[in-house]
Design a binder for this molecule. Structure first.
Ligand SMILES: *Cc1c(COP(=O)(O)O)cnc(C)c1O
Length: 224
């Protein structure tokens, strides 16, 4: 099973390189965030050994159980939080993660600014945009994105790096990626976190700098 993940990792790298080439982008322009949520330390270790150092987790508590141990073995790991943020988890998130993709409200922005100051840590931050305006989904609405990013910068002194989206499952992804790209361009934000197992090549075509790929590397998730 682990050997399988390592084989699939290599395949994803090949597909990303081909998508970069098709889009006329330099090789290595796109960062692969390997999404290891629900998988155990034993599943993740071979992927680290194969040279993958950038990982995404969607829950702070789950990541706390897995990553301190792995970090002792693999010092250069870069950990990304890609799941919704709760304010009571901000302190732990700042202590554990290097990048947060899911800043989406003022309460969290303020808490992050205070906590980074307190811990003397500077994380890279992205604002999550709810491109499909889905009521159940986290993220700021497209029309509110410019205002929110400006407030993050001016009021909380946060250096927002980019935008992130998760298109509605039932939609064609491309228009959502196009919208996120347009919003990021307008705000001169260099990072675009978009594209998952089913659509990362499309996302690369729309300028994704970070693709978040889980099941295409680790296999199907078991939430049991
Ligand atoms: C789980 C998850 C992914 C990875 O999804 P796959 O379809 O398994 O590649 C990407 N982004 C977010 C925010 C996720 O929660």
């Amino acid at each position: 099973m682990s050997a399988e993940a390592v084989r699939r990792l290599a395949e994803i790298h090949t597909r990303i390189a081909r998508a970069e080439e098709d889009a006329g982008r330099p090789e290595g322009d796109v960062t692969l965030v390997a999404v290891s949520k629900t998988f155990e330390v034993e599943d993740i270790r071979p992927v680290l050994q194969a040279g993958q150092l950038v990982f995404g987790e969607n829950r702070v508590q789950e990541a706390q159980k897995k990553w301190p141990l792995l970090r002792e073995e693999f010092r250069d790991v870069e950990l990304h939080l890609i799941g919704p943020m709760q304010s009571n988890k901000v302190k732990d998130a700042v202590a554990l993660f290097d990048v947060i993709h899911t800043v989406d409200r003022e309460k969290i922005a303020r808490a992050l600014a205070e906590e980074m100051e307190r811990q003397g840590q500077t994380l890279d931050l992205l604002v999550q945009v709810n491109t499909g305006a889905e009521p159940q989904k986290a993220g700021v609405l497209p029309d509110d994105t410019a205002d929110f990013v400006t407030r993050c910068r001016e009021e909380f002194g946060l250096a927002v790096k980019g935008l992130m989206c998760i298109p509605p499952v039932e939609d064609v992804a491309a228009p959502h990626f196009a919208l996120l790209q347009k919003l990021a361009d307008g705000l001169e934000l260099p990072w675009l976190s978009m594209g998952m197992s089913a659509d990362f090549e499309t996302a690369v075509g729309f300028g994704a700098t970070h693709v978040r790929v889980g099941s295409a590397i680790f296999g199907a998730r078991d939430y049991g």
